[in-house]
Design a protein around this ligand. Sequence first.
Ligand SMILES: [Zn+2]
Length: 354
Amino acid sequence: MKEAFQIGQLKAEQGEKISGFLPIDGTNLEIPITLINGAQEGKTILICGGLHNAEYVGIQAAMELADELEPENVFGNIIIIRLLNRSGFEHRTMSLVYEDGKNINRVFPGSASGTVADKIAYMMETVIYPHIDYFIDLHSGDGFEGLESFVYCLGNANDYVVETSRKMAEIAHVKYLVVSESNSGGAYNYAGKLGIPAILLERGGNSTWCKTLVEEDKHDVKNMLRFLGILRGNAHLHGMAPKQVSPVTYEDAPVSGCWYPVYQPGETFREGDVLGVIKDYFGKEVFTCYAKHGGIMMYETISLCIMKDSPMVAYGVWDEEKDGRITKECSVCGEDEKHFGEDHEARHAHKHVS
Ligand SMILES: [Zn+2]
């Protein structure tokens, strides 16, 4: 007989699925979760949606996975957090916790005596992490972010964690993979530090979601579960693993103002190319962002508003000599990437503003 699986007050017996709320101690918040106690013995995995509440593809995928996965096909246990940052969701913030304006992915390991975001992280660390062997964190581009779908795996952890995380990530049906070097701050990075293999899947952007992207997320998660032996069946592997484009250069805005990005997420460029400019409210250019190396735009701010010290661009290493892909055609004039490479004036004239 397999043991009952309990998180907080929620308890699922062998072969049972149960949904309900998990309180965040010291707050009025309750987080919707689902527990699946598989019919067979096995490992325990956490699938988390809505750590960032405006990243809707991951939230909808987590909710649908909770409904679709059935205990009779599960070996071990599955914890699904349907929506972690609930107060942010209900106030439609751009993913910051409503009560304190903090990003949950900057406060790990949390604290019981901190503000709400710290307490949410503390709950994850003390209530959820002690149970889990693996972790899949589902994200998207936020309301102000355009994003090329990709997967993060852990690079700064013990060998077992690094290898397992990479194998999980390579199952994702996305074009690119980024190896994270950070091992603190974020839910997924911190899990790695504790010895838990974890991946972070990024799919969709601009706080939009659609059935196709949700299906792709679910497809990837189910394949990872099969690969890990938690879900019955064989992982359906795609011909080509995602291509590594790390390290990633993350650049924050040095000033507030209006932001005019030049490239779309997924487009490539060369060292020294202009990635975007910040203008003041009178149209005067106050900052020009140049590519520090040839790169592929993983995600970037796409809102007209950009704030000092907030994310501006995140681009991975791309070497055109080693990579047959070329920049997409310009959606304005239809010319190819060589045109983009000629000079900055030409690029400004064909700015991709969405
Ligand atoms: Zn996110």
